[in-house]
Write a protein that binds this ligand. Structure first.
Ligand code: CU
Length: 161
């Protein structure tokens, strides 16, 4: 009894209006995806990658730990970089219950350029050394068997600026 045609007509009009606005909203996106995608994607990810395999920075002060962890026969760090002709301070720590030495050898493999020794867990020895000749030198633990088990490292002496 109360106005049938008045109620019936507005509903389909609303549906048509919503459908039309959705269609209009989608239409401008579809023609331009190829130009939007390349700019934000690869451009930002490339500079975020950290450089890997780089040698440690040059320093005149190093802390070296011998042993500790699952594999006792190692140094941490195993590679240190120092400047030539400048006093270099090495703090040598014992990371386990074995004796260890930090002994740097010259190019001939027998001349000792620097030596520190520790005898028990928590022990430490500190020394200051000056390395005159730039180059790459090996250090290892002189206690029997330790070098053979892998307690070796590399001291890199770089020319002073
Ligand atoms: Cu050792």
């Amino acid at each position: 009894m109360i106005g049938r045609p008045a109620r019936g007509r507005p509903l389909p009009v609303l549906f048509l209006t919503v459908a039309a606005s959705l269609a209009v909203g989608c239409s401008p996106v579809s023609p331009t995806p190829s130009t939007i995608v390349p700019s934000p994607g690869p451009g930002q990810s490339v500079p975020a990658a950290p450089p890997s395999g780089q040698p440690p920075t040059v320093s005149t002060s190093w802390t070296v730990v011998a042993g500790g962890g699952a594999d006792v026969y190692h140094y941490q760090p195993a590679t240190i970089v120092v400047p030539a002709n400048q006093p270099v301070t090495i703090q040598f720590l014992d990371g386990d219950t074995l004796d260890h030495t930090w002994t740097v050898f010259g190019a001939d493999g027998t001349t000792v350029l620097a030596n520190l020794a520790v005898a028990k867990a928590g022990d430490e020895a500190t020394g200051t050394f000056t390395f005159a000749v730039p180059g790459s030198f090996s250090f290892w633990c002189t206690l029997p068997g330790h070098k053979q088990f892998g307690e070796v490292g590399t001291l890199i002496v770089v020319p002073s600026p």
